[in-house]
Design a binder for this molecule. Structure first.
Ligand code: HEC
Length: 131
C-alpha cells in the first residue's frame, strides 16, 4: 500500500498542475481581445492584403499608424463596409470579432501570433487524381 503512495502523489501533482493551467488559459483568452483579433487578422484574409504584420502589401496599405490616424468608429466602419478596394466584412464577421480586430489594430503593442499551421503544404495522394 505505502509503495503506491509516491506514484499516486505524482499523479495527483500532475492532475493539479493540469487543472491549474486550464483556467489560466481561459482567463487569458477572455482578457485579451487583441490576441483574438490578431488571429482573426491572420485567418480572415486581412493579412492577405495588409501583410502578416499589417505592414502593407501591393494589395492593401500599411495599418501601422491606424491607432493614431483612425478613430475606433472609423475602423469599425472600414471593416464592416469596406472601402474602394477593400471588401466589406459585416457579413463574414460578428460584431464581437470586429471589435477584437479593432482591439488588435489599436493595441500599443500588437500581439504577434504564429503563422497558421495549414500553411505547411502536405500533399495527399487523394488530392491528385491525375496520377
Ligand atoms: C482585398 C484586399 C483587402 C482585404 C482582404 C482587407 N483589406 Fe483593409 N484595406 C484594403 C485597401 C485597398 C484599403 C485602402 C482603402 C480602400 O481602398 O478600401 C484598406 C484599408 C483598410 C483600413 C483603413 C486604413 C487607412 O489608413 O485608411 C483598415 C483599418 C483596414 N483596411 C483593415 C482591414 C481588416 C481588419 C481586414 C480583415 C477583416 C482587411 N482590412 C481586409 C484592402 C484589403
Amino acid at each position: 500500500m505505502n509503495r503506491r503512495n509516491p506514484i499516486l502523489a505524482a499523479i495527483m501533482a500532475c492532475l493539479s498542475l493540469f487543472s491549474l493551467t486550464l483556467p489560466l488559459q481561459a482567463f487569458e483568452g477572455k482578457q485579451k481581445p487583441e490576441v483574438a483579433g490578431a488571429i482573426l487578422f491572420r485567418d480572415k484574409g486581412c493579412a492577405y492584403c495588409h501583410g502578416p504584420a499589417a505592414a502593407g502589401t501591393a494589395k492593401g496599405p500599411s495599418l501601422a499608424n491606424v491607432r493614431k490616424s483612425m478613430k475606433t468608429s472609423q475602423i469599425i466602419d472600414q471593416i464592416s463596409n469596406g472601402g474602394q478596394k477593400m471588401p466589406a466584412f459585416s457579413d463574414s464577421l460578428s460584431n464581437d470579432e470586429i471589435l477584437q480586430l479593432v482591439a488588435f489594430l489599436r493595441a500599443k503593442h500588437r500581439p504577434v501570433v504564429p503563422p497558421a499551421t495549414q500553411s505547411a503544404p502536405s500533399p495527399s495522394p487523394l488530392s491528385n487524381p491525375a496520377q
